[in-house]
Write a protein that binds this ligand. Sequence first.
Ligand SMILES: Nc1ncnc2c1ncn2[C@@H]1O[C@H](COP(=O)(O)OP(=O)(O)OP(=O)(O)O)[C@@H](O)[C@H]1O
Length: 710
Amino acid sequence: MRISPTACSAMRSRIPSRKALFPNDFHLPQRTPSSSKAQKPTPDSVYEAWLKSREMPNQKGVYLVPGAPRPLTIENAHLAWYVSQTCIYDLFKTLWGLHPLRSTFMVTLNIVRSLFPAFRGYSQACRVALIIDEFQSLIGSGSFTWTRLLYLLSTEILRRVVEGFIDSLLTTNENIVLGSARFFIEYKQMEHRVRLDVPTLADPQVRDLLQESDLFARSFSGGGFGFISPLDFINIFSLLIEILSHLWLILTLTRDASCFGVLLFSIASALLPFFLSRFTQSTTGIDNPISAKEMRAAEKQERMRNLAYSDIHRPEISLFGLGDWILNSWSAARKIVLASEQTVSRNSTVHFADLMYALQNLPVILILQSTSTTLGAITAYRSSIQCAVYAVGNLISTTKMAFQGLFLMSAFSASMKLKPKLQPRNEDVARYMSQPGGVSIDVKGLSYTYPGAPDPALRNITFSLQAGETLAIVGYNGSGKSTLAKILLRITDFDKGMLHINGVDVRRYTPQEYHRHTSAVFQGFSKFNSTVRENVGLGNVDKMRYKPAIETAVHLAEADMLVESLPNGLKTLLETPGFENISYPGAFGGYDSNASQRQGLSGGEWQRIALARAFMRANEPEVDLLVFDEPTSSLDAHAQNQIFETIGKISKTPSGDRRKTVIYITHRLSTARRADKVAMMDKGTITEFGSHEELMAKNGPYAALYRASI
Ligand SMILES: Nc1ncnc2c1ncn2[C@@H]1O[C@H](COP(=O)(O)OP(=O)(O)OP(=O)(O)O)[C@@H](O)[C@H]1O
């Protein structure tokens, strides 16, 4: 007599497990009723609503970890309402616009299907009741009609076939609509992510926002719309209709007082386990805050796992014999995490629920004995009550998920509105105008402190460089050379002072346009997990497929011999230190089958590849500024001289006129004397500036460093 819960609602399968989407490494604030009662003003933006929802009560500036469920407080309900008003309509409209006809079909069929349970419940209940009654009359009196029984059975089978067909039609249509929605959301994420700049991504709140936005986007990959979606709202609507229809069915079948008795007893016995499970969950379940110890263990477990799978750390793991330490640390942390998961999953109400289900049969037997009601009618009655109770349970869990999902959706919406910090306002944008000889640079009183750092990395930097001049930046470790280079390249912003490029405030150029006129090799340059050709060609993607351009860049970087010695020349796949071929077993098919064909390179060889990438673009006429941060630190003396010769050649026209401004950072002071100007840096500021000869004549720190280095 007990109905399978899966038969009660087809929608349940689309509701993803809450635990699967919210990671375990979160902590919840203690509930403080007094604070939740306080009336808070409406937030000004979706971002503000998202941020407020993460703030721990009574702990200003302390936030929940990304992905943590928000506690159900009045303030959060208020924020959820604000978010739903601000985001849902726009998102729905956009997603609907991807496939208007299919979406309309999907929504309409879902609404129609939401009426099914009632219709199905009614017809099924009546039909099953009649079938049971036929059997009952066979057992009771021996008089029953085969034709009638066959008719009832065949119509029931037909109904199921039609329903199955409609379901498969719906699923196919839904898969197409959801596939497009998934692609659209992921595309938007990617599009936005690649445009964000370094200062924006350095903000911890932005990083959390993007992490929650990722969770929202990833929830679309679960085979449904994910955590919250227009379809989830249809689910809620469908469940409401389903509940109403079952109530209607129950009312039409309630004929006398004895039925009322069964009704009340069944509802009470069906709801009791549900409330008990809610009650136990609130003390031991997933809503319970995870302790600081468990959080630390979860974090440590992941850190140790990453170390165990890491290729880049392998030499030191072997050398220092870290294997046992990793294993012991991981297993200790893992045990804590597993223990906390077991506490969460333990459900003491299961057996009790089974007992209650069994108890529900008691009044049914009593009523059968004391009234003329048939077994079939009582079966139908019981079915409806159980379905209604089940639908109420689903409604509550869907609404709870929708509540949490709204905040992930707000993260997605807010992240779409993130503006890269280096991007000037439209009204401030200045067009970059090239000038003969390269860029002219004017820096005055420039200072910069890294976010969260106690001391400034740059202090009161002032210097000027004329178009086409070459500047060597030298100085002690940590004196700010690379930071200055990144600011000049507009990778990093600055806090105080001014930086004019070609007489215009650099903040008025869009970084995209400014970068088109620059080329660089960074100290920690990228080693792409790809072929030599791609590693070089990425310096100028427009010419990546143009082999002569790649070959010229390789030649300028003195890397011809290197490429010739590789097994597949330009097509050789390079083994990238730090690129983990195997992250987790099973990921990406387990392992990279090309890994065995990959070619490792020495530090100096990688440096030549990075130089070739910079030369790929440096040679272009529109490039006016070349910045090299220790470009030859790993090269031998001969190669170093060749590279500086090349830089010299590139920066001049064939007739010897200057055409590009060059800045390089170097610890090899013999190369500094090649430059027109030298900037000596110490403790974040320029202590000496002038030509090599001028600084030597001053006999200051530069002269001392120079003499010490030769
Ligand atoms: N991302 C960062 N966050 C915080 N501080 C940083 C960051 N990067 C660099 N710093 C600090 O800024 C200062 C200047 O660093 P920078 O890398 O510019 O020095 P450098 O002169 O290039 O050093 P080196 O000669 O060793 O390459 C250092 O004190 C460093 O610790």
